[in-house]
Design a protein around this ligand. Structure first.
Ligand code: NAI
Length: 299
């Protein structure tokens, strides 16, 4: 029956590789929701930083969840922390893993190197997933011998706050693997959507060209940056305008994504990088994080 299948396949032990912005968030939420988590990065110094960031974020979550019950909040923090281990050796960290979520640097060669190693080290039951934003899941999985037990689990920043999880199936992802990923997503408290392994999945496939088109409008001088943003906020009900959003995401990040797609799909006009963004990057104006992009920000 379905319930016995799901019980058998329930994901309990999760290894997260990459303790940066995304990996820390994924590890935190997994620990919060009762999973045994091992967080892996290349050095103990980085992992110490990850643990500090997770501790700050857990405190924030506890304050919200247990507003009038500080003792319960304290227990929530301690229980979550007790479920979270750190390790600098990826091979040993996947030995008991039901699921590995990769959130390392966005570089296909480096991800391949990691997954070759993990494929050797992990038991055959272990499901592999990548949190990549812009690379193909099938392209990443291709170096492993478990392409049927490989899928995409694409989270959004900040992971503890954003409700969405995109669950990505490749041609090879098995039904069992897909079901296990969906169930884990729900257990993580996320709202899961399913999509195929196409560039940008759903959210970024729509958002990246939309932002680029808004920037092209600004480049042509059809309207000011402020007016484009005001128009989309008040006329389309978006919480942020497209240029504000571009500044918030960071021009280096979105340019890296669209440049990658443009190289891979040169004929798609939606994936043409913006000249004004290249100029902003050259000037070091990456957006909110550097104090200036299309707008100026107080640092
Ligand atoms: P980050 O730069 O904050 O963190 C990456 C971490 O991976 C670093 O701590 C680095 O030391 C570690 N790392 C690099 N190579 C490693 C290896 N071989 N083994 C173990 N650790 C290694 O990057 P971020 O923003 O967390 O992104 C990670 C992944 O998540 C990327 O694939 C990105 O496309 C994806 N992503 C990013 C989002 C974002 O808003 N930043 C949103 C959704 C997905």
């Amino acid at each position: 029956s379905f319930s016995s299948t799901s019980a058998r396949n329930a994901i309990k032990n999760v290894t997260v590789i990459g303790g940066g912005l995304m990996g820390s968030g994924i590890a935190q939420v997994a620990a919060q929701t009762g999973h045994n988590v091992t967080l892996v990065d290349v050095s103990s110094d980085i992992l110490k930083k990850s643990q500090e960031n997770i501790a700050v974020s857990l405190t924030r979550v506890a304050k919200k969840l247990y507003k009038d019950k500080p003792a319960d909040g304290e227990k929530f923090i301690n229980d979550s922390k007790s479920r979270l281990k750190i390790d600098t050796d990826a091979s040993s960290a996947v030995k008991d893993a039901d699921l590995v979520v990769e959130a390392i640097v966005e570089n296909l060669e480096i991800k391949h190197k990691l997954f070759r190693t993990l494929d050797e080290a992990a038991p055959s039951k272990t499901i592999f997933a990548s949190n990549t934003s812009s690379l193909g899941i099938g392209d990443i999985a291709s170096v492993t011998k478990r392409t049927d037990r490989f899928g995409g689990l694409h989270f959004f920043n900040p992971v503890p706050v954003m409700k969405l999880l995109e669950v990505v199936r490749t041609h090879d992802t098995s039904e069992e693997t897909y079901q296990a990923m969906m169930e884990w997503g729900k257990a993580m408290g996320k709202v899961c959507i399913t999509c195929k392994d196409t560039p940008g999945f759903v959210v970024n496939r729509l958002l990246v060209p939309y932002i680029a088109e808004a920037i092209r409008m600004y480049e042509r001088g059809d309207a000011s940056a402020r007016d484009i943003d005001t128009a989309m906020k008040l006329g389309a009900g978006y919480p942020m305008g497209p240029l504000e959003l571009a500044d918030y995401v960071g021009h280096d990040t979105s340019h890296f994504i669209i440049e990658g797609w443009h190289k891979k799909f040169p004929d798609n006009p939606l994936f043409v990088p913006n000249e004004s963004v290249k100029k902003l990057i050259q000037e070091g104006k990456l957006g909110v994080k550097t104090g200036e992009g299309f707008y100026k920000y107080k640092k």
